[in-house]
Write a protein that binds this ligand. Structure first.
Ligand code: ZN
Length: 428
C-alpha cells in the first residue's frame, strides 16, 4: 500500500514541475519594453544626429572639446558656473566614454554632450536653446537565475564552482545567519537559490540583486526563505520562511563579529583567587583584540554609557520592556545615553577598563530585570509579519516555492561513472 502512495506522490510532483514555468519577475514588469534599444539611447533618437563617440584623453578639457565642436563660449561658461552641482567640468576623468550628438548638416555643430560617469549613470548637457544639464540612468535588465548544489567541502566552493558571483554565497549566508551555523555544515547539506543578475542594455554584467528566495537542507531539516517587504514604510525587506516566520532574530548571537567565547554565564563559578569561593559570573565573555568593534545585538535605546568600578567603561541598552543588554570593559564608548541604536551598530570598542585580565567584552543579558544566559535563551524573533499582510505573503510565495521545489540538484559524478566514461573513451 505504501508503495502506491509513493508512486502517486512522485507523479503529482512531476506534473507540477513539468508545467510550463511561469517566471515571476516583478522588477522586469516595472521596466517599459517600448524603447527601441538600437535607435533610442540616453533618451535621444540617434537617427536625428551625427553621432561622435570617444573617451576622454589625457589633456582633454571640456571647454576645448566643446569649442572644437562649435559650441559658443558663453554657453560653455554657463555650464561651469551654473551647473557645477550636476556636472563639474573640472572632474571629467581620463578614460571615461562620452558621446557628442551633432547636427546632421555640414555645420556639424554639437547639440548634446553625454558623459558616462559609470556603466549605469550618465550626465547629459543639452546645448539646444537654453543650456540644460541633467543626470540619467541606463536601462537595467534583470535576469532571473536558479542555482543549486550539494555541499562537498564548503558553501562558497559549491557556488563558485558553478561560475556564480561571490555575492550570492555571501547573501545566502546572511539570509540564514540566525538559523544555520555555516561553520558546521554537513557533507550532503543541500541548497537552492533564486536570484537576479543585472545587465545594462541587455549585455554588460553589473552584479546581482539580493536573493529572491532560497532553500537550505541542513542535517536533513528543510528551511525556506522568501524575501518580502514586511514594512513598506521603512522600506524594510526581510526573509520569512514558508510559514511567514521572520528568519532574522531580534538579537545577534554575540556582540563582536569574530570573538572567542572565553567564559560562559556560570552561577556556580569558583575562583582560586577568592579561596575557591563561589563568585557567580552572570555575563558571557568574548575575547577579542583591543579596538575590535562592539555591536548592539538588537535595536534599542542607550540607558547608560559611563564608567563605574569593576565594569570599567560600559554601555547598557534597553530593547523593550523585557530585554536589556550591557557591554563591559570597553576601551571607549561610541554612543550617548538616550541615543537610539540599530542592531549591528558599533556602540564601542573592546578594551581592558575595570576588572579584567585581558581584552574582552563581558556581555550581560537581562530578561525581566534578571540576568540570564543568552546562549541558553530561546532568542525572540524579529518583528513578525503583520497579520494583514499574511494573505498577500502566502499568495506571493506560492509560485516561488513551487519554483524552488522544482529546481533539481546537479548530478554527482560518482567514481564508477568516471571509470565507465574512461572505458568508453578507450583511455583506461
Ligand atoms: Zn564577564
Amino acid at each position: 500500500m505504501r508503495k502506491y502512495w509513493g508512486i502517486i506522490f512522485t507523479l503529482v510532483l512531476l506534473g507540477a514541475c513539468q508545467e510550463e514555468k511561469v517566471t515571476v519577475d516583478h522588477e522586469a514588469i516595472k521596466i517599459s519594453p517600448i524603447e527601441d534599444p538600437i535607435i533610442t539611447r540616453f533618451g535621444f533618437n540617434f537617427e536625428d544626429f551625427s553621432v561622435h563617440q570617444d573617451t576622454i584623453k589625457y589633456g582633454d578639457s571640456f571647454g576645448e572639446l566643446m569649442l572644437k565642436n562649435k559650441v559658443e563660449y558663453p554657453k560653455i561658461a554657463t555650464i561651469s558656473e551654473k551647473f557645477r552641482d550636476t556636472f563639474d567640468v573640472r572632474r571629467i576623468r581620463v578614460g571615461k566614454p562620452y558621446l557628442i550628438l551633432k547636427t546632421k548638416d555640414t555645420t556639424e555643430q554639437a547639440q548634446v554632450f553625454i558623459y558616462q560617469n559609470n556603466p549605469i549613470d550618465y550626465t547629459v548637457v543639452d546645448f539646444r536653446d537654453s543650456v540644460q544639464v541633467y543626470k540619467g540612468k541606463k536601462r537595467v535588465k534583470y535576469v532571473e537565475r536558479e542555482v543549486s548544489g550539494i555541499i562537498e567541502t564548503n558553501l562558497s566552493e559549491a557556488i563558485l564552482n558553478q561560475g556564480i558571483d561571490y555575492s550570492v554565497t555571501h547573501n545566502l549566508a546572511n539570509v540564514f545567519a540566525w538559523t544555520i551555523d555555516f561553520s558546521r555544515l554537513q557533507k550532503d547539506d543541500k541548497f537552492k537559490i533564486i536570484f537576479k543578475e543585472k545587465y545594462i542594455n541587455d549585455t554588460v554584467y553589473a552584479g546581482t540583486e539580493p536573493l529572491v528566495a532560497a532553500f537550505f537542507e541542513h542535517n536533513g531539516v528543510p528551511l525556506y526563505a522568501f524575501s518580502f517587504e514586511g514594512d513598506s514604510l521603512k522600506n524594510q525587506v526581510d526573509y520569512y520562511d514558508h510559514e511567514a516566520n521572520n528568519l532574522r532574530r531580534a538579537f545577534l548571537k554575540m556582540p563582536v563579529e569574530f570573538g572567542r567565547l572565553s567564559s560562559r554565564y556560570n552561577l556556580k563559578r569558583r575562583i582560586r583567587y577568592y579561596g575557591y569561593k563561589v563568585r557567580p559570573h552572570k555575563g558571557t565573555d568574548f575575547a577579542a583584540p583591543i579596538g575590535t568593534p562592539i555591536l548592539a545585538t538588537a535595536d534599542g535605546t542607550v540607558t547608560e554609557s559611563t564608567r563605574r568600578g569593576g565594569n570599567g567603561k560600559y554601555v547598557k541598552i534597553r530593547h523593550n520592556e523585557t530585554y536589556s543588554t550591557q557591554y563591559l570593559h570597553m576601551k571607549n564608548q561610541n554612543v550617548k545615553k538616550g541615543q537610539f541604536v540599530r542592531q549591528g551598530d558599533v556602540i564601542g570598542w573592546v578594551g581592558m577598563t575595570g576588572n579584567t585580565g585581558g581584552p574582552h567584552v563581558c556581555y550581560r543579558f537581562w530578561k525581566n530585570d534578571r540576568q540570564v544566559d543568552p546562549l541558553q535563551e530561546e532568542l525572540p524573533l524579529a518583528e513578525p509579519l503583520a497579520e494583514a499582510l499574511r494573505p498577500y505573503y502566502f499568495a506571493y510565495i506560492e509560485p516561488i516555492k513551487e519554483q524552488l521545489d522544482c529546481i533539481v540538484y546537479p548530478e554527482r559524478i560518482e567514481e564508477d561513472d568516471l571509470l565507465t566514461l574512461n572505458e568508453l573513451d578507450g583511455t583506461k
